[in-house]
Design a protein around this ligand. Structure first.
Ligand SMILES: *[C@@H]1O[C@H](CO)[C@@H](O)[C@H](O)[C@H]1NC(C)=O
Ligand SMILES: [Zn+2]
Length: 391
């Protein structure tokens, strides 16, 4: 992975009028060892704070050997490891190897499918946020930090999920943060700024010019669906969005783990459209969730349930499904400089990734998995430096 960083680091093109250009003017030109030191510091700072290195994983299944699979029916699973940079993976890989006593060469499932890196600056900043990042994923267009599938100038851009729905696909979103948070929001809503979560909730259930485009949503963020008059509601208005979803847009609603468990292992069919909100805001970090296993489903459990539900729903259709799965809280652990939480978030994401691969192997339909990150958070560095020793 180290070698793949080189081209990115030598690519220092600058927008002359961007805010970053002004910041990067060096006041003096140091020479000799101090210049080298400056360069190393700059490289370190760029790596640590800009998070330009993003992991992209691409798995296309059964392209050459689609025995008996319908040629024109496909499923697309798009995975986002929000806020995950190379150091997160490096730490997680070593952590697992050490704690589980695995072989020196042991790697994560993600490592086995590593494909490349990308640079992800937004139109307004050298460091993209999750909103501009997910707008790029969903619309394939660059926009400003905070944009929820909205372009500079505030014109909405059509998303891959909306296009899939229009083409007859069944669609889903699975996250561990609020379902109204930036990444999922960018697939099924359009607002000027990411904090407009009350509006995002309404658009996600189907209130808007395109009506309902999502068939399945699993995650946290229930409070954005409850009115300001109820306990547990964090909306500014008095709209009961869960009730509106059920009455006006035909959603089924599940709000607790025990009902979620009824769908496990295909015991009971998941009725679509399905809105599953399992926490008032974020689902707890995997590290904490495990000790409260009876209260919240994990990312991999939700991913498996979603895959089964969408496969079942498209069984007799000539169109497949589009599913976005986000390991949302790698980002939060990074922001909090909490490596203990971060490694468990990455391990759980790796587990969900493996669950998707297993699904693709077993599925009768051809499928494609694309997994990537938007940016790094926290500037995690896995390093060793001993006093009076060369690095
Ligand atoms: C709740 O929302 C209603 C309607 O938007 C508003 O009139 C009212 O002031 C809000 N109440 C509180 C306590 O914020
Ligand atoms: Zn992010």
């Amino acid at each position: 992975m180290a070698s793949s960083t080189t081209p990115l680091l030598t690519d220092h093109r600058r927008d002359p009028d961007s805010e970053d250009a002004a910041r990067d003017q060096s006041p003096a030109t140091p020479s000799g060892p101090s210049k080298l030191r400056e360069i190393l510091l700059f490289v370190w700072a760029l790596l640590a704070s800009a998070g330009v290195l993003i992991l992209a994983v691409w798995v296309s299944h059964k392209q050459q050997t689609s025995f008996g699979k319908p040629a024109d029916k496909r499923n697309l699973i798009f995975m986002v490891s929000d806020g995950m940079g190379p150091a997160s993976l490096s730490l997680t890989r070593s952590f697992r190897q050490h704690t589980e006593g695995l072989e020196y060469g042991d790697v994560l499932t993600l490592d086995k499918h590593f494909w490349g890196t990308s640079r992800t600056r937004s139109s307004s900043s050298l460091v993209t946020d999750s909103a501009a990042g997910a707008t790029a994923f969903s619309c394939a267009l660059k926009s400003y930090n905070g944009a929820i599938s909205m372009l500079p100038g505030y014109t909405p851009c059509g998303t891959v999920l909306e296009a899939a729905k229009k083409a007859g696909y069944t669609t889903g979103l699975v996250v561990t943060t609020d379902i109204t948070d930036a990444t999922p929001a960018c697939f099924a809503s359009h607002v000027n700024y990411r904090l407009q979560q009350d509006e995002i909730a309404l658009q996600e259930i189907g209130q808007g010019p395109l009506n309902r485009v999502v068939d399945l949503m699993l995650g946290g963020g229930r409070c954005h669906f409850l009115p300001n008059t109820t306990e547990g509601g964090c909306r500014q208005d008095d709209i009961d969005v869960i009730e509106l979803a059920q009455k006006e847009y035909g959603w089924n609603y599940v709000g607790d783990r025990s009902t979620f468990d009824e769908f496990e292992e295909g015991k009971k069919e998941v009725p679509l459209p399905m809105l599953g909100l399992f926490a008032p805001t974020d689902i707890p970090f995997e590290l904490d969730r495990r000790t409260m296993n009876d209260q919240y489903p994990s990312l991999s459990e939700m991913a498996r349930t979603a895959l089964r539900a969408l496969e079942k729903a498209t069984e007799s259709s000539d169109k497949g499904f589009f599913l976005m799965i986000e390991g949302s809280r790698i980002d939060h652990a990074g922001h909090g400089n909490d490596p203990s939480a971060q490694v468990r978030e990455v391990l759980e994401y790796d587990k969900a990734f493996k669950a998707v691969l297993d699904f693709l192997d077993e599925s009768k339909t051809e499928g494609v998995l694309v997994a990537t990150s938007d940016h790094e958070t926290g500037g995690l560095s896995v390093a060793r430096r001993k006093r009076n020793m060369p690095p």
